[in-house]
Design a protein around this ligand. Structure first.
Ligand code: TPP
Length: 668
């Protein structure tokens, strides 16, 4: 059976107790996106606008869902949901400017069509990757739950997007945490050219709800009254009895995937079937029959909409195109952060690295009521490294949350908390597992401030590093995956004192921070660490030793290896720089030292190629070439995965190679 032609060809309407005004509002709100798109088709043919993703035929879903929600409840629409934006009464010229890449839109020309959010209108637009926004919706709903606000969050996906892992992860998290999220699947028959039978094999997507222990319903997505009344009823009940609900709206995509891409692959009879089920035409006939609408009223309404579209289009066309300003572009990559030093107190205790992280985290939890910790086994169990041991009794289960094993949804949920003005620290059980949440980190968190000025106030804690006999998947130091991506900050302390102070700053900073903690240092390094809360600035390396012959630059475990070599009774006069943060990077300290010594070696634990050492080396060449007495040396691990057996791991790691390289450099 072809699912897209199942169901009744004719639409039957039940107005229930809706007033004439309500019925007309639903009609008008569906007409607006339809008429905008009809106008856009003309403009496209005239070459005045670029392509977009048409929602013609699907208006009842966007409009019906949006009008059931309260104005301060968040909606996370997809690329085909113009009706969401118009039903939230966003001034049309702003939408038109957005599509034309103008400053009057929402992204200063930096992102296209519907890829934007606006807290003013409680809309969080998609990123192209489709799935992550479902986890973001979880985070927004979680914020409502924690703050005891009776609010619902609605998130959209196409049926194609339900094949992504993000959909399953987000549904599962919402279910386990009883989050009031309306998961709205618009089943419109095709994902680009892929029909539903090549997308999934369950009978109905709503059937999947049972698999997550979630209530689920199928709704005729072309019947505005069915959408509106059913979703109203559900939203009302979810506000007082928070829980997720899965909705499958059956509808149809009447135009190509993107405008002008055509629908050749869609059988004619399918098009004909759904043309007869047009959500606006059928509803119009119903309203005429009910005498709620007259031909004159309809004409007047359309004239007003036409005029409104024309005026707003003119405003957008009149707006000057954006211009490039390098400084401005770079400035907006990060949210502004006014670092305020909280000096360390005098009382200090000799504690381990692991204790410093734990105490720093605990003090941040005391300081920021809206800080939430999430991670696998971090609650009662205290995390695999016991960093959050005892936190549940201090801060409660709401703020110290065990998560299912789903890094992508949890990082996306942290993004959602941030949209709601909260802070999140997510613990990766091992830094290696960030690969399962890579997409939201590099595509959502990293880019969201540049795109539409939204903070991603998230710290991801990354227990990392080798030398612990843990093999290829529990030993990586993968900072280079992130130093490459504009929008992220990367912190990598080597000492307990730095770990505590830098963690505090990471949590204060509203930007996304990857915070690396070397597992090998957790219980092996002690230091006198201030008892009270204090912060340390990002972008300031520490000069651990001063010397005249060479500069040694490192971070994390590498710093300890370098000092071991120097302390092995050898007479080497070296500047030793511990970078502490990799993004931002303290190039000033690096260049000053290199200019003094004329010889430099950069030691990283990561495999060599494409690591931060390569960039530092290039920067030194570019900025200190005349001062160099020898080629810049880079030392890193062997270009293999991290091996398990001790002899292999010792050979993989760069410690021994570093020792001989230092001697070679000294003699150069
Ligand atoms: C991760 C990812 N893979 C592929 C694409 C390319 N792509 C964009 S939209 C789309 C089809 C989406 O189908 P569906 O979710 O059903 O939504 P619809 O377009 O039908 O509304 C595809 C394949 C993408 N944007 N992101």
């Amino acid at each position: 059976m072809n699912l897209t032609t199942s169901g009744n060809i004719s639409l039957t309407y039940d107005r229930k107790d809706l007033s004439d005004e309500q019925l007309l509002l639903l009609y008008e709100q569906m007409l607006i996106p339809r008429m905008i798109e009809e106008k856009m088709l003309v403009l496209l043919r005239q070459g005045k606008i670029s392509k977009w993703f048409s929602g013609i035929g699907q208006e009842a879903v966007s409009v019906g869902v949006t009008l059931t929600l309260e104005a301060d409840e968040y909606i996370l629409p997809m690329h085909r949901n113009l009706g969401v934006f118009t039903s939230r009464n966003i001034p049309l010229y702003r939408l038109f400017s957005q599509w034309q890449g103008k400053a009057g839109g929402f992204t200063k020309g930096r992102d296209r069509s519907f890829h934007f959010g606006t807290n003013e209108f409680r809309i969080v637009g998609m990123i192209s990757h489709l799935g992550p926004q479902m986890g973001v919706a979880d985070g927004i709903a979680l914020a409502h739950r924690i703050r005891k606000e009776n609010k619902v969050t609605a998130v959209f996906t196409g049926e194609g997007g339900t094949s992504e892992g993000d959909f399953h992860e987000a549904m599962n998290v919402a279910s386990v945490w009883d989050l009031p999220v309306l998961f709205c699947i618009e089943n419109n028959g095709y994902g680009l050219s892929t029909p539903t039978e090549e997308q999934y094999r369950c009978r109905h997507l709503a059937d999947r709800g049972a698999g997550y222990g979630m209530e689920a319903y199928r709704i005729d997505g072309n019947n505005i009254l069915e959408v509106y009344t059913k979703v109203s009823e559900l939203a009302e009940s979810m506000r007082t009895a928070p829980r997720p609900v899965l909705l499958e709206f059956s509808t149809f995509r009447m135009r190509g995937h993107e405008e002008a891409s055509g629908t050749k692959y869609v059988p004619d009879e399918l098009m004909a079937f759904w043309a007869l089920r047009d959500p606006i035409e059928n509803y119009r006939n119903f309203l005429l029959a009910e005498e709620v609408l007259s031909e004159e009223k309809d004409t007047r309404m359309r004239e007003q909409i036409t005029e409104n579209i024309r005026d707003n289009l003119q405003t957008a066309f009149d707006e000057a195109p954006v211009t490039f300003n390098e400084e401005k572009e770079l400035f907006d990559v990060y949210g502004s952060f006014d670092y305020k030093e909280t000096p360390p107190g005098d009382t200090r205790h000799s504690i381990r690295f692991v204790d410093a992280v734990s105490r720093g985290l605990g003090q941040a939890m005391e300081r920021f009521d809206d800080l939430v910790l999430m991670g696998q086994d971090i609650a009662g169990y205290g995390g695999v490294f016991k960093i959050t041991d005892g936190f549940v009794s201090r801060f409660g289960k709401e703020r110290v949350r065990n998560t299912p094993i789903c890094e992508s949804a949890v990082i996306s949920a942290a993004m959602g908390l941030s949209v709601s003005g909260m802070k999140a620290v997510v613990e990766m059980q091992f830094a290696d597992f960030i690969s399962s949440g890579f997409n939201p980190v590099v595509n959502y968190l990293a880019k969201v401030h540049y795109r539409w000025g939204q903070r991603a106030d998230v710290v991801i804690r990354m227990p990392c590093g080798a030398g612990v006999g843990a093999g290829p998947f529990h030993s990586q130091t993968n900072e280079a995956w992130f130093t490459k991506t504009p929008g992220l900050k990367v912190v990598y302390p080597a000492y307990p004192y730095d770990a505590k102070g830098l963690l505090a700053t990471a949590i204060e900073d509203p930007n996304p921070v990857l915070f690396f903690e070397h597992k090998g240092l957790y219980r092996s390094v002690y230091q006198e660490v201030p008892e009270d809360y204090y912060t340390l600035p990002f972008g300031k390396a520490s000069l651990l030793r001063e010397g005249t012959d060479i500069t040694i630059i490192s971070y994390g475990m590498g710093v300890h290896w370098a000092l071991e070599v120097l302390d092995a009774g050898e007479d080497i006069s070296a500047d030793v720089i511990d970078l502490r943060t990799l993004q931002p990077l303290d190039t000033e300290t690096i260049f000053r030292s290199v200019k003094n010594t004329g010889k430099v070696i950069i030691l990283q634990e990561d495999t060599l190629f494409g690591g931060i050492a390569s960039d530092i080396s290039a920067m030194i060449m570019e900025n200190c070439f005349e001062y160099l007495d020898a080629p810049v040396q880079r030392i890193g691990s062997l270009e293999t995965p991290v091996p398990f057996a001790k002899a292999l791991e010792d050979g993989f790691l760069p410690k021994e190679r570093f020792k001989s390289a230092v001697h070679r450099l000294l003699m150069y």
